[in-house]
Design a protein around this ligand. Structure first.
Ligand code: TYM
Length: 327
């Protein structure tokens, strides 16, 4: 059986980077895998969160899963903190990971860079992420490029545990899409698109109005060459826009290049905005229908129950293998 586990942190409003690298992949994969999609709220608090915002964003991410097309009857959708087994296995994983391994994580280096103090949880975060995945015996984990290193660590930890104790965990494979796994900022194609960028024009949020989406994409940086060509080495800004176009239209980068051959950037950017608006407006409508509904609460309660059942089985196996007294 092929099984997926993945999630999007509720630490900022969702942007089209998370859509390309994660959400859009989740929707496509739900037909071929048994799926667990969760809201990693315990990961969000590794950096300070405003309680009201954490509350709203956690619900938002769950609502976006459904609004984007994940079928809650097929996939299990849940909030991480509703399944305490994550924290328990997370602690166990902390005892297996080495300080030196955690020190090499580039995301920790980036997020702690220049800060006077960061939480110790920000440092041990990959151990909790490994627990998230291993609890469900996920065979595959769809993620964007920036999570690759954490996935490698998860694989190492699973193998280490299996050889030190007894074979308990499935070793998961990352699924990193060739298109959309690294959507860059609209103002600077060398930086990942991220809500933490103070320049609001550098990202498109899933809840941006059509007018804002058009404005932001019209302002996106390009280059002076005036040719729509997919070539990351020489034309990163334009290649980034082509990739966004490909994610939202479902077309290949070659088809897009061919369509705009010999044309400047004006028409291309206008069409790109329409492709994005066309996809996001129905998602926004469904999001608004569901966000304050009982349906969402019911789906999350049911999801937590289903997830807990699976997680508990693995947790007991792991504890037994380590020598904990279990009944
Ligand atoms: P997070 O919340 O930062 O991002 C969620 C997913 O979106 C992808 N992503 C992007 N993809 C392409 N371009 C971008 N600009 C972009 N920004 C974000 C990320 O690669 C990710 O796949 N640690 C994880 C959350 C997590 C998790 C897990 C994921 C916790 N436990 C277990 C998978 C399995 C994170 O912080 O992702």
């Amino acid at each position: 059986m092929k099984r997926i586990l993945s999630g999007i942190k509720p630490s900022g409003e969702l942007n089209i980077g998370g859509y390309g690298g994660a959400l859009h992949q989740f929707v496509k994969m739900q037909h071929d895998f048994e799926c667990f999609f969760f809201v990693p709220d315990l990961h969000a608090i590794t950096v300070p969160q405003d309680p009201k915002e954490l509350f709203q964003r956690s619900k938002d991410i769950a609502a976006f899963y459904i609004a984007a097309g994940i079928d809650p009857k097929k996939a299990t959708i849940f909030i991480q903190s509703h399944v305490p087994a994550h924290v328990e296995l997370g602690w166990i994983m902390e005892t297996q990971v080495h300080f030196g391994e955690l020190s090499r994580m580039t995301q920790f280096k980036e997020k702690s860079d220049g800060k006077d103090s960061v939480s110790s949880a920000l440092f041990t975060y990959p151990a909790l992420m490994a627990a998230d995945i291993l609890l469900y015996q996920a065979t595959h984990v769809p993620v964007g490029e920036d999570q690759k290193q954490h996935l490698e660590m998860t694989r190492d930890l699973a193998a280490r545990f299996n050889s030190r104790f007894e074979k308990t965990f499935v070793i998961p494979e990352p699924i990193i899409p060739t298109i959309g796994s690294r959507i860059m900022g609209l103002d600077d194609p060398t930086k990942k698109m991220s809500k933490s960028n103070p320049n609001k024009n550098s990202y498109v949020l899933l809840l941006d109005s059509p007018a804002d989406i058009r404005k932001k994409l019209a302002r996106a940086v390009t280059d002076s060459e005036m040719s729509v060509r997919y070539d990351w080495d020489n034309k990163p800004a334009v290649s980034n826009l082509i990739e966004i176009y490909a994610v939202f239209s479902g077309e290949s980068t070659e088809t897009i290049e061919r369509r705009y051959e010999g044309q400047g950037y004006g028409g291309f950017k206008k069409d790109l905005a329409e492709v994005v608006v066309e996809k996001l407006v129905p998602i926004q409508e469904r999001y608004r229908d569901i966000i304050d509904s009982d349906v969402l609460i019911r789906i999350l309660k049911e999801g937590a129950m289903r997830a807990s059942e699976t997680a508990q089985i693995t947790l007991v196996q792991a504890k037994r293998a380590m020598g904990f007294v279990t009944f």
